[in-house]
Write a protein that binds this ligand. Structure first.
Ligand code: UD1
Length: 449
């Protein structure tokens, strides 16, 4: 059985890593299976191919994640780079079609809501591997999330990808409801938990040995009864949504909302390339007395007068370390709302809505909106609240295993149905065939080549 997974942008990498690791595990058990041939036949070996679209291409946005997550080199790199949504999506589609026709996987796994996932779902849903119209099963990991805000490009990507998918893997209960309301058949939907959290749980320990706190001068020289150095109280900030950073007034408004917090604790701000470009374009460095601190050039420590301290985008383990020790995280990211929930770290989301409501009902997240008053109030509230880490249902580090089980079962069921249908067609084609012509059977049942 051949499976292809696609990654393109930063948040894809941690969602795919556990699936690749579950495939390795699956193949390992298969190779050591003591039950011999019949068990092995029941549970086929999985050949896996990783495709990188190149939506994110900077070393800090892509390569460092491959290293931190021990991801294998992509088998194929499409190298599409940046562009408008239409150009980027079209370019991925154009290049991915050739890859799909060449490789003919049984299953295509797509994760998250980025343009790469949408583009590949569109290609796979219309492809035909032969005259019988077979195509890969499309599996969407992180299906069903809805912000109900179609001005977000990700919301469009989610809706379209979900409706083109054959297997929909849901991270939280709201996803099941949303898909049911949109008429997606329940048998396609599998509540499996969250592969991003699989990665977090697998890497949490490793992240603790990151040197990022020292690099950024966030260790206090004051000793705790001689038992070791303390971590300075700090907040962590990420902002990259076009609606928050592409408009100067909107961006300034958010910064004003954070002024009070910045007087209280240093705010570390690993800035996305888009955000860095806007800061330069809008001339905001001087206005806010920001200091573009490159990691190797730090050393000013917590005493740095710049309260909001910009760094380059950080690698997965460094960011995880910073997030786990932060007093507060302020973000407009989707995944960070989930990660802070799992870590029990208070989170303020600078958006009007969230497609991940479980982070509010079970987790540590609050929606601040995008006004300065809303942000100030949410920050104050979160700084005085007490939280303990509470994981939402099935966020237990085993989501990828469940996904793989469901995929294998579905492929086998389709193969069995296809074989059964072919046998029945051989014996009963003609006027007595109750399901109609052989052509009808092929079109409907021969999805898996
Ligand atoms: C994309 C995803 C978003 C995700 C985010 C994480 C879509 C629609 N959006 O947004 O859901 O939260 O990734 O980062 O898919 N750039 C670089 N180097 C890079 C990548 C991007 O300089 O390696 C710059 C380019 O100027 C580019 C801009 O960032 O035009 C935006 O990149 P793009 O991939 O279009 O979207 P993101 O904002 O990163």
């Amino acid at each position: 059985m051949k499976m292809m997974s696609v990654v393109g942008a930063r948040p894809n990498f941690m969602k795919v890593a556990p699936i690749i690791s579950a495939i390795r595990q699956h193949n390992y058990w298969k190779s050591t299976d003591a039950h011999g041939k019949s068990a092995a036949e029941e549970c086929p070996r999985l050949e896996h191919m990783l495709v990188h679209t190149g939506q994110h291409y900077d070393a800090l946005m892509s390569d460092s994640f491959f290293a931190d997550l021990k991801l294998p080199e992509p088998h194929i790199h499409l190298g599409v780079g940046s562009g408008s949504h239409a150009v980027q999506t079209a370019e991925i589609m154009r290049k991915f079609e050739a890859v799909l026709l060449q490789e003919r996987p049984d299953v295509l796994a797509l994760v998250g809501d980025v343009n790469s996932s949408l583009a590949c779902a569109l290609v796979a849903s219309k492809i035909s591997f032969g005259s019988n119209g077979s195509r890969p099963l499309i599996a969407h990991v992180e299906a069903g999330l809805r912000s109900f805000d179609r001005s977000m490009p990700e919301e469009i990507n989610r809706i379209v990808t979900d409706h083109l998918s054959d297997l929909l893997f849901v991270t939280e209960e709201s996803g099941i409801r949303n898909l049911a309301q949109e008429g997606v058949p329940a048998e396609k939907v599998h509540f499996v938990g969250n592969t991003m959290i699989d990665s977090l749980l697998a890497c949490k320990g490793k992240a603790q040995v990151s040197t990022i706190l020292d690099d950024l001068g966030l260790r206090s020289a004051r000793c705790d009864n001689g038992s070791g150095q303390l971590v300075v109280r700090y907040a962590l900030l990420t902002l990259h949504r076009p609606s928050n950073v592409d408009n100067r007034d909107a961006f300034l408004n958010i910064m004003e909302g954070l002024e009070e917090l910045a007087k209280e604790v240093p705010i570390v701000f690993p800035a996305h390339p888009r955000t860095q470009k806007r800061i330069a374009e809008f001339g905001l460095e001087d206005k806010f007395k920001w200091n573009l601190v490159r990691r190797e050039a730090t050393g000013e420590g917590a005493s740095c007068r710049c309260a909001i301290r910009i760094t380059e985008p950080l690698g997965y383990l460094d960011f995880l370390c910073l997030m786990s020790k932060a007093r507060l995280v302020v973000t407009d990211s989707g995944g960070i709302q989930e990660e802070t929930t799992c870590l029990g770290v208070p989170c303020v989301t600078v958006r009007e809505n969230t497609e991940r409501p479980v982070t509010i009902t079970v987790g540590t997240n609050v929606l601040a909106g995008v006004t300065k008053e809303g942000i100030r109030a949410a920050v104050r509230r979160q700084l005085t609240s007490k939280f303990t880490a509470r994981a939402p249902e099935l966020w237990d580090g085993r989501s990828a295993e469940r996904i793989l089980d469901a995929i294998v079962r579905e492929v086998q069921a389709q193969r069995a149905a296809s074989n059964g249908a072919a046998a029945a067609a051989c014996g009963r084609v003609g006027p007595t065939d109750e399901r109609g012509s052989g052509a009808h059977l092929r079109g409907e049942d021969a999805r898996i080549p």
